[in-house]
Design a protein around this ligand. Structure first.
Ligand code: GLA
Ligand code: ZN
Length: 654
């Protein structure tokens, strides 16, 4: 079954409401209640003085209704007494100064003093609650980012990390190419990766920045390991996760979740849908990305339940069916638990206009009725929980590319995330399940592997992709691949795409980073598409031209190439096209591999399939605010705005 959860903050409400809230949440259909996160000052009002009686009561009230809890460790928000007593627990900004206190997330996850206090509160909670039947799972901290703290502890931890990696300054100087601008380091103390934001990242050494991001990712992963290790000492069977978001400082999620039991995400899709059909807005990519953290089904620990508004102005109210549509979109991409943020809109604090299920009035509203209906529907599909997504296609994701391309924008408007999503959107629009996998994941189960922009590369990936193609797979790889080595330095003496050249059967003679300018390409088999951002001028070795540029001095030069490689095929896409170009290319690639396609879906309708012991369920989601009609095996299907229809293997709509 799909578990229903609700996020609840008992410490924010009068005690008199707890019982009634628990009864109402249960009546609505909840199985688990997430609580505890952010409540450190209530659990430890003074240094070493603990009070869990209120949490005991809340848990008891919830379990009396037959529900379990997901317990959050409160470490995102240290109490103010801690910051006052121990200033070395405060995070420092990129300006090299301690952060102003007042909101949340101000702790330095590396600080030994902070670790001592965080470790103690997690230990107190574990001693009291770990292994108890009321506890369904644990959530660590909240929405962790890559560690960018610049406090003295973090600076010295970065130097230790580099010492461990490079051993000597000589080898670090060589790896980073520090002869440039007299950057040679002669004392570890000289390493100052952390400049003010206005200097970053343009003038800094990209090789150093890449290592700095990798270090940040290791800090975040280590922090997660540190907390989960404590809980596991008290309950080796504990189910532990943390709620991811997609922040500007993106961590390496594969590392972060490596030792956790399940991946989890906070799902806040856009309330305002764009009118422009070319805009990439589907939330589906992120959901597949999250499923890839552990290559299995995942949880949503915050599923949006009302109009957003806290720091920014309040968003429009969600359209009818938007809450249930997006909740089902998460299920369609592999969510097995949906916990809704939050039971009632806060009356106090910064998020008093960030709407939960209930409004301040506390009376049943349209959103509550919509969710009631959704929970009833899910309860009638108990087999769903015993299904997963099986995908013929995979998109390779790599945190290194995320880091490197963020620090070195290749062309005005060029973004790694966009490259990934262009391929993804084409897959869901054709009804093809697609996994987003880490770069070193096995490829054997796939028929088509999509490799958008692998800038920082290693020859090992190239030979794995060659093996995959040789045995009959299709690889699609794009511009800016094979540019840098593992240190983030450009590869000398080989034409692009360097290590991928044999596979692609073509090379780049010149490139033109055209930025926002729009140009066109003509397909060899007919058809014209708009392109933008980047133009690789290709020369064919063994490949055939799939598309050629039209216009400018390189009219007629190949832009996209297709190469037979062993039993398989490789496409090299030397430019960034409009959405329809990816659709056309993937239709061809999937057809060649015999992957079944739904080619009649209108733009904005997304289809995925979950299957397994619990049956087969095909999800048809209208991710637009307009009604949609299409033909499906002779049947006319209509979808209301934001409606999700589900079809079983018996071709019955449920
Ligand atoms: C994040 C946080 C929540 C809350 C929501 C809504 O996802 O985890 O605590 O702040 O955003 O803004
Ligand atoms: Zn720090």
């Amino acid at each position: 079954m799909i578990r229903i959860g609700i996020d609840y903050y008992p410490e924010q409400w009068d005690r008199a409401l707890w019982e009634e809230d628990a009864v109402r949440m249960r009546a609505l259909g909840a199985h688990v209640i997430r609580l505890g996160e952010f409540a450190w000052s209530r659990m430890e009002p003074k240094d070493g003085v603990f009070d869990f009686t209120w949490l005991d009561d809340a848990i008891e009230i919830i379990s009396r209704q037959g529900m379990q809890v997901i317990l959050g460790t409160p470490t995102n928000c240290a109490p103010l007494w801690l910051y006052q007593e121990h200033q070395d627990t405060i995070q420092w900004g990129r300006d090299g100064r301690p952060t102003d206190l007042g909101i949340r997330g101000h702790r330095c996850m590396v600080s030994p003093t902070f670790r001592q206090y965080a470790g103690r509160i997690v230990e107190e909670m574990s001693r009291r609650y770990a292994g108890r039947p009321e506890v369904f799972a644990w959530q660590l901290d909240n929405e962790l980012e890559n560690n960018h703290c610049t406090c003295p502890a973090c600076r010295s931890a970065f130097r230790d990390w580099l010492r461990e990696k490079y051993g000597t300054l000589d080898s670090l100087n060589r790896a980073w190419g520090n002869m440039v601008w007299s950057g040679e380091v002669s004392d570890w103390e000289q390493i100052q990766p952390l400049l003010a934001p206005e200097c970053l990242p343009r003038w800094h050494n990209p090789a150093c920045l890449l290592d700095y991001e990798r270090f940040g990712a290791d800090c975040t992963a280590d922090y997660v390991r540190f907390q989960s290790g404590i809980i596991r000492r008290y309950d080796s069977q504990a189910v532990i996760t943390t709620n991811a978001c997609i922040p500007a400082n993106m961590p390496d999620f594969h590392k972060e979740f490596a030792e956790l039991d399940v991946a989890a995400y906070d799902d806040y899709p856009p309330v305002r849908l764009p009118e422009d059909a070319e805009e990439l807005y589907s939330n589906a990519f992120v959901l597949d990305f999250v499923r890839g953290f552990k290559q299995k089904n995942f949880w949503i620990l915050e599923q949006f339940a009302g109009h957003m508004g806290c720091w920014p102005p309040i968003s429009p109210t969600p359209e009818p069916e938007m809450l249930s549509g997006y909740a089902l979109q998460a299920v369609a991409h592999g969510a097995d638990l949906l916990s809704f943020f939050r039971w009632r809109t806060a009356c106090t604090g910064a998020e008093m206009f960030c709407h939960g299920i209930l409004d301040h009035s506390n009376v049943p509203n349209r959103r509550l009725r919509e969710l009631e209906e959704l929970f009833r529907r899910l309860a009638q599909l108990p087999g769903l929980g015993d299904t997963t997504l099986r995908s013929p296609a995979a998109i390779l994701y790599s945190a290194d590319q995320e880091f490197a391309l963020k620090n070195q924008t290749q062309s005005d408007g060029f973004a790694y995330w966009t490259q990934l999503r262009l391929f993804h959107e084409a897959c869901v629009g054709l009804g093809v399940n697609v996994d987003v996998i880490r770069e070193d994941a096995p490829l054997d189960n796939y028929q088509v592997v999509l490799v958008p922009t692998h800038l920082v590369t290693d020859p090992d990936l190239a030979s794995r992709l060659e093996d995959f193609a040789r045995r009959g797979g299709t690889v699609v790889i794009t511009n800016r691949s094979g540019v840098q080595d593992k240190n983030g330095n450009c590869i000398l003496g080989r034409e692009l795409p360097t290590v991928f050249r044999d596979l692609c059967g073509c090379h780049v003679t010149e490139y033109d980073p055209i930025g926002p300018v729009k140009q066109t390409v003509n397909l060899t088999k007919g058809g014209t598409y708009q392109i933008t951002s980047w133009c690789d001028l290709l020369e064919l070795d063994t490949a055939q031209a799939w598309a050629r540029y039209q216009g400018r001095f390189y009219s007629g030069v190949p832009a996209v190439a297709k190469n037979r490689f062993g039993e398989g095929t490789a496409y090299y896409v030397g430019t960034v096209g409009e959405k329809a170009m990816y659709r056309t290319l993937l239709i061809e690639a999937f057809r060649e591999r015999g992957v079944p396609l739904l080619e009649t879906l209108p733009q904005g309708v997304e289809v995925t399939t979950r299957s397994g012991e619990g049956g087969t369920y095909q999800f048809f989601f209208n991710n637009t605010v307009h009604g949609q009609n299409f033909q499906l095996q002779g049947e006319r299907v209509h979808l209301r705005p934001l409606e999700m229809k589900i079809r079983t293997e018996k071709e019955v709509w449920v």
